[in-house]
Design a protein around this ligand. Structure first.
Ligand code: ZN
Ligand code: ZN
Length: 264
């Protein structure tokens, strides 16, 4: 009898340890989240190549009223198909209520992801979570003209400050919402691709000495100024006026780095 009781206590402890160990990395349905909780750039090769994952699942979660335009998402998909070997790319949309925050820290954004994300790596599927937020970043200084358009914070997670993107685009007669959305999405996704020297090694040196993980080549999508509102708008307007197309693309050096790490 005593033996039996000790046995049940041991089972109970075992269950408790399992539960507490898994609670951080597993969804209630038992999905393992750990592969999606790594650092930015850690999954560059997995995103670019078909070696470990053949399918890309993008969960586009947006606050009601802040869904990206379909033109943007088509541009974004084209960018993914041009730079990676993934043929099977699916975007699923998920509408979320506003968190009713005036500003958001990256920690708050990561916490919201833990609450709302449903797509995680599974078998041949690599899942990415993109949150289109209504609120701006808490690090913005509007008086100084420093507004953040987007950010990456893990290997398969990023945020687009959609409210800020729209406000900026609406001020310009030359630039559309889709121009700013596409440029921001593609730039931030460039960091998930591991650019520059953020999980994807440089073939030739071209990292901006004044801006870590950004490119120093004029006109490249991975230029640091594209991270912030003022820089983004002047780059897009200049490009629109001179080339007729606003959205910047990756330069040859960035593309070479991606090709060297399993990309197209
Ligand atoms: Zn950047
Ligand atoms: Zn570049």
């Amino acid at each position: 009898m005593k033996k039996f009781r000790i046995f049940t206590i041991l089972i109970a402890i075992g269950l408790f340890l399992n539960c507490s160990k898994d609670s951080d990395n597993t969804t209630p349905s038992g999905i393992d989240k750990s592969a999606n909780l790594l650092a930015t750039g850690d999954s560059a090769n997995d995103i670019l190549s078909n070696t470990a994952y053949s399918r890309l699942l993008i969960e586009a979660a947006y606050v009601t009223g802040f869904r990206p335009t379909s033109e943007t998402m088509n541009n974004f998909e084209t960018y993914l198909r041009n730079r990676t070997f993934k043929n099977d790319i699916q975007v699923v949309y998920r509408e979320l209520a506003s968190p009713d925050e005036e500003t958001l820290t990256l920690q708050e954004i990561a916490d919201l992801e833990s609450e709302n994300r449903t797509a995680y790596n599974d078998g041949q599927t690599l899942a990415i979570y993109i949150y289109f937020a209504d609120a701006p970043s808490d690090s913005d200084d509007e008086d100084e003209g420093i507004v953040t358009l987007g950010a990456v914070y893990r290997n398969t997670s990023m945020v687009i400050h959609e409210g800020v993107v729209r406000k900026l685009a609406n001020r310009s007669a030359l630039i559309t919402i889709s121009d700013v959305e596409t440029s921001t999405l593609n730039h931030e996704f460039g960091h998930l691709f591991g650019l520059v020297d953020l999980g994807t090694a440089m073939v030739n040196p071209h990292e901006d000495p004044d801006a870590e993980n950004h490119c120093d080549i004029a006109g490249c999508l991975m230029r640091a100024e594209l991270e912030f509102g003022g820089g983004m708008m002047s780059v897009l307007e200049k490009s629109k006026l001179s080339k007729g197309v606003a959205v910047p693309t990756l330069d040859a050096e960035c593309i070479l780095d991606l090709q060297n790490n399993g990309g197209r």
